[in-house]
Design a binder for this molecule. Structure first.
Ligand code: HEC
Length: 489
């Protein structure tokens, strides 16, 4: 290109930024905004606003998609099924969801707080600070039956918090590779800790050969002597085969939970490591929920146990980056995972289930480019596959991280009105949501109630129901641990 035409092109770009705009914003301005308005507020050709709370309901996703595809003849909306691809039509629904959410926030939608007291369905509560300072990117907390709270920090330390004091880092903990999204992640105290003393950790480990890293699961014991704690007796519970270590800094997972019916079974989740295809490949641990005996062996009744072309530890697959995992009070296993832009999911985990990533997704690319559509029946590559749909999808994304169930702890029950509900966190959304779910006899599931309990206090890394039943929230930026405690009405 000569200098004159280069200058002309630059001038055109400056004069017309829409030339530069790609993806879903462009699709919207080209095809939809003349009737629906730049922000979905309506007005053109007699359209109504799309920005109402009723129209934010997730069950309308498919109705919207079908309206775009087939048009709304009686109202004069033309069909777009011939000119746009399924991925483009889905991206437009995703865009409408983003416009609705912006409008909801602009108009004050979210938790209702007055003078520090939050008013919500079934319970009122306030926030109490547990650890105000001294932490850097705390990642998770769990509780010892002896009253201590254990806290991980992403760059490596594991600390003990007791009676208002945060210990120095416990010595002897594993050497973690901190960088990108990796580092020390979850800490989980075994339910029979009184008897066996096991504490489980997940972390990013550097390859012993080569330069890659992968998520690893270990267990070990804590020894306390004169106020100093030591990590001892470490054993490996899970590590990937060396060929799966990779230089990607993305999507390590990893949460750890124990089966309430058999405490010798441990479940954990690992992200796709930025390689979506591997989430569908049973012969890699990427994008999976995994299940092993607490000593690391593979249970015979795992869905792919004994196969030479699969990791026998795999319990479910097709996950992108799961960072929330819990059993509910009825014994159902739930996972929350990060989607791409606008497609985080809450899933009911089934043995051997395929959760669809990257074949189907509610999300679009971060650039705004369409990716795929969420329903197997409109995506040829997914049509004949048995893909499990999420129970709930966050649109726009909240960057789902941390999940637990509200229950009575050994020291009591703080929120009887929320008993059995899921509490789910989000990093980008700075949110804690309460979600009441229903599991039907046929294994399908749905959301009965959902409300935001918290927004705007920091990036939510972990949500854990504590020994007294209050809801602990691990925050990043600022780095704190707080908890929701009940206020009598
Ligand atoms: C010629 C005007 C026109 C154009 C262009 C148009 N629409 Fe519509 N659309 C309407 C009308 C009229 C309705 C009926 C509801 C209303 O009045 O808002 C509607 C309804 C919808 C609905 C259904 C809402 C519901 O309650 O189910 C969605 C979703 C929608 N449009 C999305 C789009 C998208 C995305 C585009 C661009 C690809 C688009 N529309 C282009 C006029 C238009």
């Amino acid at each position: 290109m000569n200098r004159a035409s280069q200058a002309a092109l630059l001038a055109a770009l400056v004069l017309s930024p829409s030339l530069f705009a790609q993806g879903v914003e462009r699709l919207w301005t080209t095809n939809c905004s003349n009737c629906h308005g730049a922000n979905g507020q309506g007005g053109g050709a007699g359209t109504q606003t799309l920005l109402t709370e009723e129209l934010m309901e997730q069950n309308l996703d498919r109705r919207f998609y079908d309206a775009i595809k087939a048009g709304v003849e009686e109202n004069g909306m033309p069909p777009f099924g011939e000119t746009l691809t399924p991925a483009q039509m889905w991206a437009l629904v995703n865009h409408i969801r983003a416009l609705q959410h912006e409008s909801y926030r602009r108009n004050g939608g979210g938790p209702r707080e007055s003078k520090g007291v939050y008013t919500s369905a079934h319970a009122d509560y306030k926030l109490e600070t547990v650890i105000a300072s001294g932490l850097s990117t705390p990642w998770s907390v769990d509780f010892l039956p002896t009253g201590e709270m254990l806290v991980t920090e992403r760059h490596g330390p594991l600390r003990v918090f007791r009676n208002g004091n945060l210990s120095k880092p416990i010595s002897g903990t594993p050497k973690v590779r901190s960088g990108g999204q990796g580092g020390l992640m979850d800490v989980a105290v075994h339910p029979d800790y009184d008897r066996n003393g096991w504490v489980f950790l997940s972390y990013t480990e550097s390859a012993t050969q080569g330069s890659g890293s992968f998520t690893k699961l270990v267990r070990g014991k804590l020894e306390a002597a004169g106020g100093d704690w030591t990590w001892t007796d470490q054993q490996t519970v899970f590590e990937a085969r060396s060929e799966h270590y990779t230089n990607s800094g993305l999507h390590f997972g990893c949460r750890i939970v124990f089966d309430p019916k058999d405490s010798d079974l441990v479940y954990f989740c690992i992200g796709d490591r930025g390689n979506g295809k591997r989430a569908q490949d049973l012969n890699t641990p990427n994008g999976k929920v995994l299940r092993v005996r607490t000593g690391g062996s593979i249970p015979d009744d795992n869905p792919f146990a004994g196969r030479t072309d699969a990791y026998g530890q795999v319990w479910s697959f097709g996950h992108r980056n799961p960072q929330g995992l819990c059993f509910d009070l009825a014994g159902n296993l739930w996972v929350t995972e990060h989607g791409p832009r606008g497609g985080d999911e809450l899933n009911l985990v089934r043995k051997g289930g395929n959760y669809g990533w990257p074949l189907v997704s509610f999300g679009i690319d971060y650039s705004g480019a369409p990716l795929t559509a969420p329903w197997p029946d409109v995506v040829p590559a997914a049509k004949k596959m048995d893909i499990v749909m999420p129970t709930f999808r966050w649109m726009p994304s909240c960057a789902a991280c941390g999940l637990d169930v509200v229950r009575a702890g050994p020291k009591g029950e703080a929120f009887p009105g929320w008993k059995g509900d899921l509490v789910a966190g989000g990093l980008a959304g700075t949110n804690v949501d309460r979600i009441r779910v229903k599991v039907n006899a046929d294994g399908s599931s749905s959301v009965l109630e959902r409300e935001e309990l918290l927004i705007g206090k920091g990036r939510v890394r972990d949500v854990v129901c504590g020994p007294d039943g209050s809801v602990y929230v691990v925050l990043n930026d600022p780095h704190r641990v707080v908890r929701l405690v009940p206020v009598r009405r």
